[in-house]
Design a protein around this ligand. Structure first.
Ligand code: SF4
Length: 264
């Protein structure tokens, strides 16, 4: 009886249990997501290449190495995106490589993490992805790159949940504590770091325990209206938004009865 849980799922549950139910329990189709992710994907791959394949015989690579890595990630990009991506990586090089006495070899790049947690006789599989994982003297630093033009709408509480989930999963995989989570905004070359405490772990455990009770017994999935409702893809089905909400479409996943829940 396992239940896969990611930071995104936990953050959705925190924002609104009913939207979690629509999205993950019933798989109600949401609004189409339009985004040109090609530039972001190329930037992520170039950065993975820069750190993973550098020979580390010199303290830091020359800018040529960054150019070379970028040159291998241009498939599917427009000329404007090629120029934009190169400029972004040049700024990254100045801010985060050239300014250091040595480029640190990461533990891993573009990795997956997985851990488990037993609550209410459910085994939660905690899963996540990261862009880079570095050793610090006293633990681990997880680094995420953000390439989006849009401002980051993640709330501090939601970041805390992501940190807690990674903490639990990394502890099992590496037997080391996650000490810091850093987000690098590639377009502005800004780095924001969050120091990890035991409270992050306790918070995420409490949130997962709450979710376990919903899945096992309550099935209440209470709507939690707030600022997020403006961009909620499920507002038309939501009793907190509509006096007469539309029925969930037929193509949604059937309602999980108790037996289905028990076989999650
Ligand atoms: S509209 Fe708001 S309250 Fe309703 S499901 Fe979406 S986020 Fe929750």
């Amino acid at each position: 009886m396992t239940y896969i849980l990611s930071a995104a799922k936990l953050q959705t549950y925190y924002r609104c249990p009913l939207s979690y139910y629509f999205r993950y329990e019933r798989r109600v189709p949401g609004a189409a997501f339009f985004s040109s992710a090609a530039l972001g994907t190329s930037l992520h791959q170039a950065l993975a290449h820069i750190y993973q394949d550098w020979h580390y015989n010199d303290a830091i690579p020359h800018l040529d190495w960054v150019e070379q890595c970028w040159g291998q990630q241009l498939n599917g990009l427009t000329p404007a995106q090629v120029t934009q991506g190169r400029a972004i990586l040049q700024r990254y090089y100045t801010s985060f490589i050239q300014s250091e006495s040595a480029m640190r070899r990461p533990v891993a790049v573009e990795g997956r993490i997985q851990g488990t947690l037993q609550v209410e006789n459910l085994e939660f599989v905690l899963s996540g992805r990261y862009d880079r994982l570095d050793y610090l003297d006293e633990g681990l630093e997880l680094i995420d790159y953000k390439s989006s033009k849009d401002s980051d709408l993640t709330l501090p509480d939601e970041i805390d949940l992501q940190i807690g989930l990674y903490y639990l999963a990394l502890e099992q995989r590496y037997q080391r504590d996650l000490k810091r989570l850093s987000v690098i905004y590639l377009r502005s070359s800004e780095k924001i770091s969050y120091e990890v405490t035991n409270e992050h772990r306790q918070r995420v455990e409490a949130m997962i325990a709450d979710l376990a009770v919903q899945l096992r017994y309550d099935h209440k999935w209470v709507p939690f209206p707030g600022g997020q409702c403006d961009r909620c893809a499920y507002a038309r089905y939501c009793p907190a938004m509509q006096a007469d909400p539309e029925p969930i479409p037929d193509e949604a996943k059937p309602e999980a009865g108790l037996q289905l829940v028990l076989s999650l």
